[in-house]
Write a protein that binds this ligand. Structure first.
Ligand SMILES: [Zn+2]
Length: 275
C-alpha cells in the first residue's frame, strides 16, 4: 500500500481517536503488512470513558468557577508540599496564553498538580511548545491536552494591528513583538475565511481560536512522535475558548474536532510535508 493512502487511513484512525476511540494497530506493522481498516478501528471503551471523564471534570470545575462555589480557593503550604513531595502526575494538559488575569488552575478550579500548563504570549506554536507537548505525553503520560484560546487577548489584538499595517506607524514596536504578531498572521487569514459562519463571535476571539488550530497543525507537521502518540491513542487533543466576560470555557465538540484534525492531516498529506 502506498504511504499516502496508508497515512490517510491512519488519519481517519486519528480522527476517531480524537472523537474518543482507540487504535490498537501498530502503524509500522501496517506499513510492512498492508493495512486493514477493520483491524485498525478497534474501540477501547475505557480510553473513551477516561477522556470523557477528564473533560467532564474540567467542565464541572469551570462551572464552579463561574458560580463562585470553588473547592480550591485557598491552597495551603501543606497542600503544596503534598504535591511537590510526590511525583508529578497531572490529569490533563492545557496550552494557553500567558495572560496575567487568568490561569488554567483558577478557571477550572483544579487541585495543585492536576494541570500540566504550557503557556506563552498568545499561546502560539513553536519549537518550545512542541517540545513541551512531547514532554507531557512521554514523561508525564498526559492523556488529554486542551488548546485553550481566550477572548480579549492582547497578543491577538496586536497581531490584528500588524495585519492591518498599523505597525507601520509604530516604529517603537520591538522586533520580538513583531515576530510574535507575524506568527499569528496565518490564523488571521483562517479567521477571515470563517468569520461569516460565526456572526456572534468577535473577530479577535475567532483569531485566537484559529491560532490554536494552527498550533495543532504545526505540531502534527513537525513532530512525528506526537503524531504517532495521537494515532496510537496515547493522547487526545481538543480546542476550547475562555470568555473573559462570563468566565465560561466552551469546547469544540469531539466530532467537529475529529473532522478538523482529519482535514489538517489530509491537507498535510496532499502537500507532502509530513516527515
Ligand atoms: Zn492572550
Amino acid at each position: 500500500m502506498k504511504t499516502t493512502k496508508l497515512f490517510t487511513t491512519c488519519a481517519l484512525i486519528g480522527a476517531l481517536i480524537t472523537a474518543g476511540t482507540f487504535c490498537h494497530a501498530d502503524s509500522n506493522h501496517e506499513r510492512k503488512n498492508g493495512n486493514s481498516a477493520a483491524n485498525a478501528q478497534k474501540i477501547d471503551p475505557l480510553a473513551t470513558a477516561k477522556i470523557a471523564d477528564l473533560k467532564k471534570e474540567l467542565v464541572e470545575g469551570n462551572a464552579r468557577f463561574i458560580s463562585g462555589t470553588l473547592r480550591h480557593t485557598k491552597v495551603s503550604v501543606a497542600d503544596i508540599k503534598k504535591v511537590t513531595l510526590s511525583p508529578q502526575s497531572p490529569k490533563v494538559g492545557v496550552v494557553s496564553c500567558s495572560d496575567a488575569r487568568i490561569t488554567p488552575d483558577s478557571i477550572f478550579d483544579s487541585a495543585p498538580g492536576d494541570i500540566y500548563s504550557i503557556r506563552n504570549a498568545g499561546g502560539v506554536a513553536g519549537g518550545t511548545l512542541v517540545r513541551s507537548i512531547a514532554m507531557g505525553i512521554y514523561d508525564l503520560k498526559v492523556p488529554f491536552i486542551l488548546f485553550l484560546a481566550h477572548s480579549d487577548c492582547n497578543t491577538t489584538k496586536m497581531a490584528i494591528e500588524f495585519y492591518n499595517h498599523q505597525f507601520e506607524k509604530k516604529p517603537e514596536v520591538p522586533e520580538n513583538v513583531r515576530e510574535l504578531a507575524n506568527i499569528i498572521q496565518p490564523a488571521i487569514k483562517a479567521a477571515n475565511k470563517v468569520s461569516a459562519q460565526f456572526p456572534n463571535t468577535d473577530f479577535a476571539t475567532l483569531v485566537a481560536i484559529e491560532t490554536q488550530w494552527k498550533n495543532i497543525e504545526f505540531i502534527l507537521t513537525t513532530s512525528p512522535y506526537v503524531r504517532k502518540a495521537i494515532l496510537d491513542g496515547k493522547v487526545t487533543f481538543d480546542v476550547g475558548t475562555y470568555d473573559m466576560k462570563t468566565g465560561k470555557v466552551s469546547f469544540v465538540d469531539s466530532d467537529s474536532a475529529a473532522k478538523r484534525i482529519l482535514s489538517i492531516i489530509s491537507e498535510l498529506e496532499t502537500k507532502n510535508v509530513l516527515e
